[in-house]
Design a protein. Structure first.
Length: 306
């Protein structure tokens, strides 16, 4: 592997309580360090062979991005939301772009052809956490969790008796307790708008709830549909555009829509694909392959100029 003995530095303005930074910087870094790689966050940039710029504050990123752009370092831009404007410069001039969804990768391909998709690992504090033991869909406790930025999407649906897990929500979001708070509910609603911003999202919240053993009602955006198909999740629990969420919930409560799903088997499959170990394996594969191609390309160019 070309990355062996290479120094890797992540650059981000985010912190561990920000989901994308936790998933795509801190957790991957910790796993890489466990495997013996030399990894730092916002340190040792001059000594690093590979620089990973994670989407965060542009002013924070741009100084080092353009400082090292014409160096012999391998530059990666990791982005899992629809970021445009000045961020397109980072997309365009990176040696590799890692996108959080296929929609996002397809969008950025007009600026950079060297792009790979890496969806998030399971965002749970303990991958061995027990499944929720019992649920009651005849009289369900209905919830939603996420950042306050996404709260208007669910508020606009006016879902009856829905409680939120978020900052200043019905339950305060806390990284250490959120998994157990989610398991207090019987049904999680995860709506998403079919806008470029919404379609750029990954499957991380649906993935998290199902891994914890909580049934999910989710919008029919591709990442949710694909996840449902992967684990044979009931297609009736994917909500189409224009469908009334309250009516859908009433049909679930009355057993008109039946919930037949094997959480145990689904969890095994989800772990195989989305554990932090598996996601780091894939991260290494795509970075290593791209790094190798760049090195070969640079070597050929040098030979041509001799």
């Amino acid at each position: 592997m070309f990355l062996e003995n290479k120094k890797i530095a992540f650059i981000t303005a985010g912190h561990e309580n920000i989901g994308s930074t936790r998933q795509r910087v801190y957790r991957i870094s910790k796993e890489l360090i466990k495997r013996g790689y030399s990894v730092s966050i916002n340190e040792n940039l001059k000594q690093a062979d590979i620089l990973i710029f994670q989407k965060s504050d542009y002013k924070f990123l741009k100084k080092n991005f353009f400082k090292y752009l014409f160096s012999n370092k391998f530059i990666v831009f990791d982005v899992d939301d629809m970021y445009v404007g000045n961020y397109l410069k980072l997309v365009k001039y990176s040696d590799l772009v890692i996108a959080g969804s296929k929609y996002l990768a397809d969008f950025y391909k007009q600026y950079n052809q060297n792009i790979s998709v890496l969806d998030d690992a399971l965002d749970v504090t303990d991958e061995n956490i027990e499944l929720k033991k019992n649920f009651n869909l005849k009289n369900p406790k209905i919830g939603w969790f996420g950042t306050t930025k996404n709260l208007p999407i669910v508020e606009n649906l006016h879902i009856n008796n829905l409680k939120t897990i978020t900052r200043d929500g019905d339950i305060e979001w806390n990284r250490e307790t959120v998994d157990y708070d989610i398991q207090k509910f019987d049904l999680m609603c995860i709506p998403q708008e079919k806008t470029p911003v919404g379609l750029s999202k990954g499957n991380c919240r649906m993935l998290k709830a199902l891994y914890l053993g909580v049934a999910v009602l989710a919008s029919d955006i591709p990442p949710y549909i694909e996840l449902a198909e992967l684990i044979n999740y009931p297609k009736e629990f994917i909500v189409k555009d224009g469908e009334d969420w309250n009516k859908k919930i009433e049909k679930i409560k009355s057993d008109e829509i039946k919930f037949e799903f094997d959480f145990v088997q689904a969890r095994k499959k989800l772990f195989d694909i989305y554990s932090i170990c598996s996601r780091t394996d894939f991260w290494l594969k795509i970075v290593d392959e791209s790094y190798k191609e760049k090195n070969i390309s640079q070597h050929i160019k040098k030979l041509l100029h001799l």
